[in-house]
Design a protein around this ligand. Structure first.
Ligand code: NI
Length: 388
């Protein structure tokens, strides 16, 4: 069964919402107008419950099926925030706000989930409840985590969660996902080495922090090559390296470096972190210096649970025959990962055609993908919670 007639009928209306959101972008947690727009539409649709202010400015809504005592509780999630980018599309509905732009298609994600809400509230052809999750601050603010920290999963009894992101470079309407790690975790670290500064000609009276830091830097590269299982995906890069010495005849007192660790495997993420601390601290100690490691955790690995990834693929196959169930993972990160840490679920890519890449000033969400995206949300709901 491809796109349902009713969803095809809603295409123009949903496109209108999408373009309204596109013209009025908001950043991070400051999505008050967007959340108000979402709430207003949900009220019109007659959903059963709307709760704003979850994760600061997120919105949670519930649509009950034919029977809500039977069936399951499924969460469907969209992100609402834009990016601090000056738009360069020349569209007649381009951003009204200088320096802010929907350059990642979250306008499209929000509009598609609203479209699914309208369809599901009209038809209610399922037993159980759908929890609609509209989150703020996906772009670096961990809005998904904030909603989870507010107790969202338990409060609404969510049992599974599904989300979707548009994918430039994939044909419009094509779906792709995979079981397991789909998008990487992204952590950052800083290492500050303190030795004893001194005269270049008298190294025996100093502790050369430059040499200690250089030794640490090289040894860090043994984590991926010697500690991590070769079949796991981990990348460690040191991006900056500098010392407080300002002359060729001065031994530096301190040296510092900054780097990042990305991986598709949650276990390897913890292991790599442990190795970074061990190598920095123990190498410095062995050489008579000290090292302080400052670890800044970013988003976790986005991990699709196998069963739910299979349901997501099955739902996509009901919409189109263009479905890839074993797509290669990608190394950007995504804060839907926090929801997947709390509940089984799956994240899906939906082709956006041959457009500029996400986060580019000429990027635009392709409205032709709307029927496929809305249908996927509807199919997931009706297939996971069929009405008796
Ligand atoms: Ni995005």
């Amino acid at each position: 069964m491809p796109v349902r007639n009713r969803i095809a009928e809603l295409h123009t209306e949903i496109t209108g919402w999408r373009r309204h959101l596109h013209a009025n972008p908001e950043l991070m947690y400051d999505v008050h107008e967007t959340a108000a727009f979402v709430e207003a539409r949900l009220k019109e649709f007659g959903v059963d419950e709307i709760t704003p202010g979850i994760g600061k400015t997120g919105v949670v809504a519930v649509i009950k099926g034919k029977s809500d005592t039977k069936g399951r509780v499924i969460g469907l999630r969209a992100d609402m925030d834009a990016l601090p980018i000056e738009e360069d599309t020349g569209l007649d509905y381009a951003s009204n706000v200088p320096g802010k732009m929907h350059a990642c298609g979250h306008d499209g994600h929000t509009a598609m989930l609203l479209g699914a809400a309208k369809y599901l509230a009209e038809t209610r052809n399922f037993d159980g409840s759908v929890v609609l999750i509209f989150q703020p601050a996906e772009e670096g603010g961990a809005g998904g985590k904030a909603m989870c920290d507010d107790g969202m999963m338990d409060r609404w009894g969510i049992q599974e969660v599904y989300g979707m992101h548009n994918a430039p470079g994939m044909p419009v309407g094509e779906f792709a996902t995979r079981p397991g790690g789909l998008m990487a975790s992204s952590d950052e670290f800083e290492i500050v080495v303190t030795g004893i500064g001194g005269h270049a000609a008298e190294p025996h009276r100093a502790v050369d922090s430059t040499l200690v830091a250089a030794q640490i830097l090289i040894t860090l590269q043994t984590i991926v090559s010697r500690n991590i299982d070769p079949l796991k995906n981990v990348v460690l890069t040191v991006g900056t390296f500098n010392t407080d010495s300002t002359a060729s005849n001065v031994i530096a007192h301190t040296a510092r470096m900054e780097g990042t660790v990305r991986t598709l495997d949650g276990e390897m993420r913890g292991y790599a972190k442990e190795r970074v601390f061990r190598i920095a601290e123990d190498t410095a100690s062995a050489m008579g210096a000290s090292a302080e490691v400052i670890w800044t955790p970013g988003y976790p690995v986005t991990v699709n649970t196998p069963d739910e990834a299979a349901y997501a693929v099955e739902a996509a196959k009901a919409v189109t025959d263009k479905v890839i169930g074993d797509v290669d993972p990608i190394m950007p990160s995504e804060d839907f990962a926090y929801m997947l840490e709390e509940r089984p679920g799956a994240y899906m890519f939906l082709g956006n055609g041959d457009t500029a890449m996400c986060h580019h000033p000429q990027y635009n969400f392709d409205d032709e993908t709307i029927p496929a995206g809305v249908s996927w949300f509807a199919e997931i709901t009706e297939r996971r919670m069929p009405a008796e």
